[in-house]
Design a protein around this ligand. Structure first.
Ligand code: SAM
Length: 204
């Protein structure tokens, strides 16, 4: 996966590549589809949701510029795989999932695999997670019409937000750095994520 999908497409951060080599992606997937775990695609994890394509996980993680000391907020826990990758590269990870069953499964898997620095929260991540704010980094792994305003408030000055932003079925990955209270945005890869549903996202 790393040598055939990530390196040829330009993922250069050695720490990101090492994390992608280390975390057992197949263990975050339902048993019947585990054989596809290292293929170049997103895959269903039940409840109408997906585990993101490996390349998308790598790009988003690289855009976060993690150094190991950060407190990170993820919106969209899904399988817990992205959270495990983040915990390899940051100090502490809070991850919010709106579907309780997925959150419970992800927390159980993360605990079983020893990812004790990941805290899974059930709720609407479009309002962020105020009680642990501010965060050094925020990553949104579902498609948003725009970056939810509460997330801009909850990231630290100088911090980074990465999110797929655009239409419901097609987006561009956006990286924003907070400067003087506002996000200075740059765009990267086109992508297609499941919708971010909530108060500051899409309606159900
Ligand atoms: N990061 C995940 C992984 O590693 O498996 C993949 C996330 S999946 C593409 C998007 C997830 O976002 C789904 O599990 C979905 O239920 C969740 N989601 C959608 N809207 C949400 C919201 N407002 N708050 C929290 N989670 C949300």
């Amino acid at each position: 996966m790393v040598s055939s999908q990530l390196v040829p497409r330009g993922i250069r951060d050695e720490k990101v590549l090492a994390a992608m080599r280390k975390v057992p992606r197949h263990l975050f997937m339902p048993a019947p589809v585990r054989y596809t775990a290292y293929d170049d695609m997103a895959m269903s994890i039940g409840e109408g949701q997906t585990i993101s394509q490996p390349y998308m996980v790598a790009v988003m993680t690289e855009l976060l510029e993690l150094t190991g000391t950060e407190k990170v907020l993820e919106i969209g826990t899904g399988s817990g795989y992205q959270a495990a990758i983040l915990s390899e590269l940051a100090a502490e990870v809070y991850t919010v999932e709106r579907i309780a069953l997925l959150a419970e499964r992800a927390q159980a898997k993360l605990n079983e695999l020893g990812y004790g620095s990941v805290h899974v929260v059930v709720g609407d991540g479009t309002i962020g997670f105020e009680s642990e704010a501010p965060y050094d980094r925020i990553i949104v792994t579902a498609a948003a019409p725009e970056i939810p305003a509460p997330l801009v408030r909850q990231v630290k000055e100088g911090g980074i937000v990465v999110a797929p932003v655009g239409e419901r079925y097609s987006q561009i990955l956006l990286k924003g750095r907070k400067v003087n209270g506002r996000l200075v945005e740059e765009y990267s890869t086109p992508c297609a994520f499941v919708p971010l549903i909530g108060e500051h996202g899409w309606k159900e």
